[in-house]
Design a protein around this ligand. Structure first.
Ligand SMILES: [Zn+2]
Length: 257
């Protein structure tokens, strides 16, 4: 599943080929958007900015319109030179934006909507998002406040997957960051100190930043390494479902406390 670093990386690539370029065409091939008239509504408008917050991507046009996307489990953004072969089949494209040199394509996009700029600020799902783990300046104070307002009996690993506490972390970076900071993801949030919570956020940020810049990369320490020895202490790594969604969390019971 794409996490915040993948979305920031996509935003970076899309930004480079669309902002301040003349848009030649916008197409919405998927039947769900057949009646939305996006090509007409966006015709002649330039893309002002492309940015990410957590796992959400926002493409802001001149005037007051913003395309909002969230890839969930299946979606993907691609940027291609004209004539270059796409990474997925043409029928899976939901949105195609073309300039003279490039095509930007959103494939299999479960959340793709055109909204006014003010709605992006007042939309309940979006305004509830926690601080972005990859923001230029991470707002640790807001993260801690949200964490402390959450249920103190909730497992810490589950709490940091909640995008209202911290935006951008998914299951992989959750497991890896808890390991790097040597914090047990099963510990009740109320028992995790501020220092520990911020150490996990710092670890996640440090690991995700290179991916956001250069494309996804990870040197897995515990993720999907159940039964293998911990790279730090040699204890066997374990994996078990956690939280309401029962997402598997991997951790080392030897050195994560
Ligand atoms: Zn260990």
């Amino acid at each position: 599943m794409p996490e915040g670093d993948t979305i920031h990386y996509a935003a970076r690539r899309v930004r480079a080929v669309l902002v301040d370029r003349e848009i030649r065409s916008i197409e919405t091939p998927h039947p769900r958007h057949r009646h939305d008239r996006w090509p007409e509504r966006l015709s002649g408008l330039a893309v002002k900015s492309v940015d990410a917050h957590g796992k959400h991507l926002f493409m802001r046009f001149e005037g007051d319109l913003t395309l909002h996307s969230h890839l969930r489990m299946t979606g993907k953004w691609g940027t291609y030179r004209r004539g270059e072969r796409w990474g997925r089949a043409r029928r899976r494209a939901w949105l195609v934006i073309a300039t003279d040199e490039h095509e930007v394509v959103e494939f299999d996009g479960p959340v793709l909507e055109l909204m006014t700029e003010s709605r992006t600020r007042f939309d309940l799902r979006l305004s509830a998002l926690g601080p972005d783990i990859l923001a230029e300046e991470f707002d640790g104070r807001s993260f801690l406040r949200r964490l402390r307002d959450d249920d103190p009996t909730r497992g810490f690993g589950d709490a940091i997957l909640d995008q209202r506490n911290l935006a951008g972390i998914g299951n992989l970076w959750k497991a890896e960051a808890c390991f790097t900071a040597a914090v047990d993801p099963w510990k009740k949030t109320g028992h995790v100190t501020d220092h520990e919570a911020l150490a996990v956020a710092r670890a996640a940020r440090a690991a995700m930043q290179p991916s956001a810049k250069n494309g996804f990369r990870v040197k897995r320490q515990v993720y999907e390494r159940g039964g293998l020895p911990c790279p730090r202490c040699g204890t066997l790594v374990r994996g078990r479902g956690q939280g309401d969604d029962n997402r598997t969390t991997w951790w080392c019971p030897g050195c994560q406390t």
